[in-house]
Design a protein. Structure first.
Length: 744
């Protein structure tokens, strides 16, 4: 793997902890076992993830359920080791707590380690320690199953041992003569003790931190598709999303912030809003205004009636000028050189094959807009919020209300999509501030769709400049340079209050970390200083960099006169066998032959992201002068398959997400304002033009990989490569609707 540098989001967090003095404090925190956050009224809390009463078993799944099935899969990990049926347990999200830190959030999942045992050195220990020290209870980075794979199985196995010990004491029978089944302990004489009858005694035992776990060959629940724990409440309309929260006497609010993102509010006239019947209060937010009213629609109408004087944007006012500033970043030294094998500059010489690509800003466009409900009582705040980072949401809400975090109780609800947007939790702080303006009255703050679309933390726009050289049909040298605004620079400024330029691999991920055997291989990222809010968009930098690299790899394959699939296979197999097997799997699944009938095009793309290799083949068809999506074939290696149907849903859903963005997604600016405001001008795939999917998955990696985002990165380049196969036109800019006529 040479000098591939595994700089990641992890590097930023290490730096920020060090800057704030967290490492010194952290030595004590790392050694300390987090407190069990389960309250005494929850029954016998055998550990932070499990409470047992005579009425049943509750499993705490501290990761946000936003449609990805995390409640079901993580609960199944506990149920498997506890020896209970999945349909007999209740699942809750749980409150913000250090015990629920995400140990996988900063873990290195580079492909070179994917066939080895997990790293165990001081660096790996530090990567697990930092989330604990910082209480990073975060749902993101395709880490939920990775974090929980051992942790929640241990929780189930530890609880089972405690229940067995309690039964052994009660019966006077050695533990090794007892067995468990379906939530009961069975004695040698066949008598049965329900877990609920043993729970109080079992809670007196210290949890075993290293209990034996079932081998995969003995799994009864895991590895099989399970009915979703959330499917009945969602199908019957009884699930509580953020916007479904209703409390006695509740009022409703909406807000408007400067449409020039980050600009000031220089004054406002709220007389029209205050004159509207049902308006309770106008709240000066400092950088915006909010209205509390009798219902959400009235609040939106009233806040839009306020005449506001807005300041200028802290970035260029027009899209072209913004991208000119991104392009200018190439003139500066790289922010990060994340791969540097051999001597690419010398090897390329003066006759390199070159290409330049461009990807736009993108919105998350979650189906459920940003919202939170809060009740402020002077010395306490209770909040209901659909968020991906509850500890941070609680902290921000507390600060906004002038309280300490332990004065805030936060309930995480179901959420109508997240895609990384709800990891930025400013909406919780806004809701707390608005509720504090009307004490003792619950207030639900809901953003309008227009406000939500135009005040996102966007996937940043990016430009890539690629150069390569071929030698006897193989890539002998490749230099990839990407320019984009730094997500990490913005985050460290917002969280720590310092202006720093950490090495930000989100600018290059999806390019520097791909298993291509190229002797002279350099990847560098240039951080552009553009103040448009940027955040984590499903698969983050992989989303645009996969398009850049895999489009260029396709161009090189054609320049070499090679089949695009075989070309990838020949460059990947020497570097990473598991990834090569994934490409072979998608070849077999799709029936790839290297040739297509008239009016049909096929393209392939491969990306290794979040610890999992994925290959996609996209088929497009020309009908009556318009192009439609035909079929998509996906092959992935997850290391361990916990729930095949749910994994298939995640792979296909992520691919649809990527295809939608590739076809239609673009956020543009005029006069400093976002031009898109709703789905008519920020379109996505509809049911009528979603392709047919076939998925195959494998378990050749010896470590479990991520799932939720991995289907997104290959989608755009596979589609672009299919369009080239169909039309002979090479797409180097997204969205594709700008150059191709698709069925809509």
């Amino acid at each position: 793997m040479g000098k591939l540098k595994t700089f990641t989001r992890r590097a930023f967090l290490i730096g920020s902890v060090a800057v704030t003095g967290g490492v010194a404090y952290g030595a004590w925190q790392v050694a300390r076992t987090p407190e069990n956050p389960l309250r005494p009224d929850r029954g016998a809390a055998l550990n932070p993830w499990l409470a047992v009463t005579s009425d049943g078993i509750t499993v705490i799944v501290p990761r946000a359920e936003m449609g990805q099935g995390v409640q079901t899969t993580l609960a199944a990990l506990v149920a498997e080791e506890l020896d209970v049926d999945l349909d007999t347990i209740q699942v809750e999200h749980g409150l913000p707590a250090q015990a629920y830190f995400n140990s996988a959030l900063l873990a290195d999942r580079a492909y070179a380690d994917s066939t080895e045992a997990p790293a165990t050195g001081w660096g790996a220990t530090l990567m697990k320690a930092i989330p604990k020290v910082m209480s990073l209870q975060v749902t993101g980075g395709s880490t939920s199953a990775i974090d929980a794979f051992y942790k929640m199985r241990i929780a189930g196995a530890s609880a089972r041992l405690a229940l067995l010990r309690a039964a052994a004491d009660r019966l006077g029978t050695p533990v090794d003569q007892l067995k468990t089944e379906a939530g009961v302990v069975i004695a040698p004489d066949g008598s049965r003790l329900p877990y609920g009858s043993l729970a109080e005694d079992a809670a007196a035992f210290d949890p075993d931190t290293n209990p034996p776990l079932k081998p995969q060959s003995e799994w009864r629940i895991l590895g099989k598709s399970q009915p979703r724990k959330d499917q009945v409440p969602k199908a019957t309309g009884t699930a509580t999303f953020g916007m479904d929260v209703r409390l006695p006497g509740m009022m409703f609010a909406s807000l408007r912030m400067n449409p020039r993102l980050g600009g000031t509010m220089d004054g406002f006239d709220d007389s029209k809003a205050r004159a509207m019947a049902g308006v309770e209060k106008v709240v000066d937010m400092g950088n915006g205004v909010a209205v509390i009213a009798r219902n959400t629609w009235l609040a939106i109408q009233a806040v839009n009636a306020i005449d506001v004087t807005w300041g200028d944007a802290p970035y260029p006012a027009e899209t072209d000028a913004i991208f000119a500033k991104i392009d200018a970043a190439f003139n500066d030294k790289p922010n990060i050189v994340s791969r540097d094998e051999g001597d690419a500059e010398t090897a390329l010489g003066t006759d390199a094959i070159t290409a330049e690509y461009r990807a736009p800003y993108l919105a998350h466009a979650t189906m459920e807009v940003m919202n939170s409900t809060a009740l402020f009582t002077g010395d306490a705040l209770e909040m209901w919020s659909p968020n991906q980072s509850p500890v941070q949401a609680r902290a921000d809400a507390a600060k906004a209300a002038g309280l300490k975090p332990d004065q805030v109780t936060l309930h995480t609800t179901f959420m109508g999509g997240g895609f990384g947007r709800r990891a930025n939790i400013e909406f919780a702080g806004y809701a707390a501030r608005i509720a504090a303006a009307l004490p003792d009255v619950p207030v639900q703050t809901t953003w309008s769709r227009e406000e939500d679309m135009s005040h996102d933390y966007y996937r940043p726009g990016a430009i890539a400049r690629m150069r390569a050289k071929l030698d006897n049909g193989r890539i002998s040298a490749l230099d990839a340079r990407m320019a984009a605004p730094s997500i990490m620079r913005q985050m460290i400024s917002a969280q720590v209050g310092l202006t720093l330029s950490p090495a930000d691999s989100t600018i290059t991920e999806g390019a520097h970390d791909q298993p291509y055997a190229i002797p002279d291989f350099r990847v560098a990222g240039h951080a552009a200083d553009v103040a448009i809010p940027a955040g984590f968009w499903r698969s983050v930098g992989n989303s645009q960099n996969a398009f850049f690299l895999e489009s260029f790899i396709d161009e090189l394959a054609h320049a070499a006169g090679a089949d695009p699939l075989d070309f990838r296979l020949n460059h990947i197999r020497p570097e990473h066998e598991v990834s090569a097997q994934v490409i072979e799997a998608v070849r077999d699944l799709s029936g790839w032959t290297g040739s297509t009938p008239d009016n049909v095009g096929r393209g392939i793309a491969f990306t290794y992201s979040f610890g999992s290799p994925v290959a996609e083949v996209v088929e497009v068809v020309l009908e009556d002068g318009q192009i439609r999506l035909g079929n998509v074939w996906i092959a992935a290696d997850l290391g361990v398959i916990l729930d095949p149907v749910n994994i298939e849903a995640q792979l296909t859903g992520a691919s649809v997400f990527g295809l939608s963005a590739a076809l239609f997604g673009e956020i543009t600016f005029s006069d400093g304002k976002v031009e898109q405001s709703n789905f008519p001008d920020y379109d996505s795939l509809r049911m009528l033009n979603v392709p047919r999917f076939q998925v195959t998955m494998a378990e050749n990696n010896t470590r479990i990989g991520g799932v939720g985002e991995i289907g997104t990165p290959p989608a755009a380049p596979a589609l672009a490569n299919a369009l080239f196969d169909l039309t002979g036109v090479r797409a180097r800019r997204l969205p594709l609707i700008l150059e191709f006529d698709f069925v809509q």
